[in-house]
Design a protein around this ligand. Structure first.
Ligand code: HEC
Length: 113
């Protein structure tokens, strides 16, 4: 009985079950994005389109929410994000942040001195 409860709690704590985005749903919703950002989100079709694979999930949520609200202005992404729901944004961020990427992440110890 206690074992079952422990397994249930561990399942809740796993990275796939955390609150917010569903990476599987995000993969489906990301097809339209891949037309510009690349199927792997690492090979954008032109140099003015950013790589996204492996970007921090909260950064992606913030960027997409800001395009949607107009706080971040870009005619292309404003149009893209305007059609997304808050759940779409969470799902897309969960999927894209989990992709293997070439973005460099600054180690935490370099930020905290
Ligand atoms: C028509 C091409 C195109 C499509 C389709 C597109 N994007 Fe973009 N995306 C861009 C461009 C261009 C930029 C850079 C905009 C800027 O300078 O703010 C960008 C920027 C972004 C950024 C900000 C990246 C950063 O480093 O700040 C995110 C996040 C993003 N796109 C996600 C998406 C998602 C998710 C979708 C699908 C819903 C999508 N994009 C569809 C062209 C596109």
């Amino acid at each position: 009985m206690k074992g079952t409860l422990l397994i249930a709690l561990l399942a809740l704590a796993s990275p796939f079950a955390h609150a917010g985005g569903d990476a599987g749903a995000g993969a489906q919703k990301s097809k339209v994005c891949a037309a510009c950002h690349g199927a792997d989100f690492n090979t954008p079709i032109s140099a003015d389109i950013p790589r996204l694979a492996g970007q921090h999930e909260d950064y992606l949520v913030r960027a997409l929410s800001d395009y949607k609200s107009g706080a971040r202005k870009n005619p292309v992404m404003g149009g893209q994000a305007g059609a997304l729901s808050a759940q779409d944004i969470q799902d897309l961020a969960a999927y894209i942040s989990g992709l293997p990427g070439k973005l460099k992440i600054i180690p935490l110890q370099r930020l905290v001195r």
